[in-house]
Design a protein around this ligand. Structure first.
Ligand SMILES: Cc1cc2nc3c(=O)[nH]c(=O)nc-3n(C[C@H](O)[C@H](O)[C@H](O)COP(=O)(O)OP(=O)(O)OC[C@H]3O[C@@H](n4cnc5c(N)ncnc54)[C@H](O)[C@@H]3O)c2cc1C
Length: 431
């Protein structure tokens, strides 16, 4: 087929340029800094002082992201029958898209425009400088005191990394707990982990205001008269994302969006207009690179291989890349309780995982939920060293729809974090 791909910014999109890849590269630098700070615990003596060179940290991040972005761009340019257009794409009709002076007509159009940082309407926000997840990528210095509004995935990852680089960090969250979609025990353990590193956390901040305070930024977490103010040097807004669908001319194509601007799609990612599909963050069916990639697989196999894969076939899974990371699959404990299913639960603290003890990384716990009738695994959370990798052994058994006893009887490698999963499954109790 003859293909046109239109990109208005950097090739590779959010993940490659301002999301997963640069943040995990920075997380790796922050981990190195942390291990240097902890070196004496492991019997490693460091003679003299050490410092974090943010210019080098940024240069490493830019090199890794840049190489990736260039790789995507070059491979698209070299793809036979594919023409790369640079510019902003806009619908002119249901089968016509403009980019600059070009008008492209096609019987199949795939919308994959992603999203951008949502800017909350905080009192005073127009009068202060702030970073978003994109603009903070340009930082090559250590902010003295970073105030982060938002205590979920993005805020927590940046908060811990900048603390490890040497900033004072304060996280302000509107909900009663951090990362509030997770179970309460997960939120509480994450709070303990980040507070233990000296990050200040303010929860229940129902009314946040910001203002200039000399060279710094003031943040009020309570709008009541006389309420105190925090003062920091820099502000990061990490309060969620919004889809890039407001400037696409969707109305000219008749494509429906929901009240938050996400494009409405069915289980095969078809929009309401025949011949137009929507993939990735802009369809609201996921907010991760793996969900976007899975969207592509679903659309491609349906169109090219006559294989009816669906969005509803997939199991929710994601990670929070603080240290130690959280790996999640399937339902939370709260969701299982709400469902009324008869269920079993297993839980084990990382302190009782030999590998975690050997590595000196014993924060967190693992937990699994099992359907008491079918014996299938309903969900799991692994907050602890290796949690982002270990979760996959549970996820794959869930995809296989095998009873939990298969994994309970499997022999795992010693000493690993994964070896404790069969043990945990052998100690299930009624929920
Ligand atoms: C700080 C941060 C960390 C993250 N970390 C992770 C992680 O660790 N793991 C994970 O799975 N996910 C992570 N994510 C989420 C992940 O980046 C996104 O889910 C993923 O990039 C979505 O891919 P996409 O293809 O849907 O959209 P994007 O990657 O956003 O790509 C959309 C592309 O469309 C272009 N575009 C938009 N509108 C137009 C237009 N009108 N014309 C032409 N081009 C246009 C944009 O320039 C962009 O290049 C993170 C996100 C952030 C912000």
């Amino acid at each position: 087929m003859k293909v046109a791909i239109i990109e208005r910014g950097l090739f590779g999109g959010t993940c490659v340029n301002t999301g997963c890849i640069p943040t995990k590269t920075l997380v790796a630098s922050a981990y190195a800094a942390r291990m240097v700070q902890r070196a004496a615990e492991f019997g490693v003596a460091i003679d003299g002082t050490f410092s974090v060179d943010m210019k080098q940290v940024k240069a490493r991040k830019d090199a890794i992201s840049g190489q990736n972005s260039k790789g995507v761009e070059t491979s698209l340019e070299k793809t036979p029958n594919c023409t790369v257009y640079r510019g902003h794409a806009r619908f002119e009709s249901p089968n016509e898209v403009s980019v600059g002076d070009a008008r492209l007509i096609s019987e199949r159009i795939f919308i994959n425009v992603g999203g951008r940082a949502a800017i909350p309407q905080l009192e005073g926000i127009d009068g202060v400088p702030y970073f978003t997840n994109s603009s903070i990528m340009g930082v090559d210095f250590i902010p003295k005191h970073l105030i982060i509004v938002g205590g979920s995935y993005i805020g927590l990852e940046f908060g811990q990394m900048y603390r490890r680089f040497g900033s004072q960090v304060t996280i302000i969250e509107m909900s009663p707990r951090l990362i509030h979609r997770e179970d309460e025990d997960v939120s509480d353990a994450i709070r303990e982990i980040i507070e233990a590193e000296g990050i200040e956390v303010h929860l229940n901040a129902k009314c946040i205001s910001v203002s200039r305070q000399g060279d710094g930024i003031g943040a009020g977490v309570d709008c009541a008269e006389g309420a105190g103010q925090l003062v920091g040097s820099h502000l990061l807004l990490a309060t969620g994302r919004r889809p890039n669908t407001d400037d696409l001319g969707l109305e000219k194509a008749g494509v429906s969006v929901d009240e938050r601007g996400y494009i409405v799609v069915d289980d095969f990612l078809r929009t309401n207009v025949p011949g137009i599909w929507a993939l990735g963050d802009c369809n609201g069916k996921g907010a991760f690179t793996h969900t976007s990639y899975n969207d592509y697989e679903i659309v491609a196999t349906n169109i090219l291989n006559n294989d009816p894969r669906r969005v509803s076939d997939r199991i929710t899974t994601y990670a929070l890349f603080i240290d130690p990371p959280l790996g999640r699959a399937g339902m939370t404990e709260a969701q299982v309780r709400k469902s009324g299913k008869k269920a079993l639960i297993g839980k084990r603290p990382m302190k009782r995982v030999s590998r975690a003890v050997e590595k000196g990384e014993t924060q967190g716990f693992m937990k699994v939920l099992v359907d008491a009738v079918s014996q299938e695994i309903l969900g799991a959370a692994i907050l602890g060293t290796g949690g982002d990798e270990v979760i996959h052994c549970i996820l794959d058994v869930m995809y296989a729809r095998a009873p939990y006893t298969v994994m309970q009887r499997a022999m795992h490698i010693h000493p690993t974090v994964s070896e404790l999963i069969p043990t945990m499954l052998g100690e299930l109790k009624p929920l």
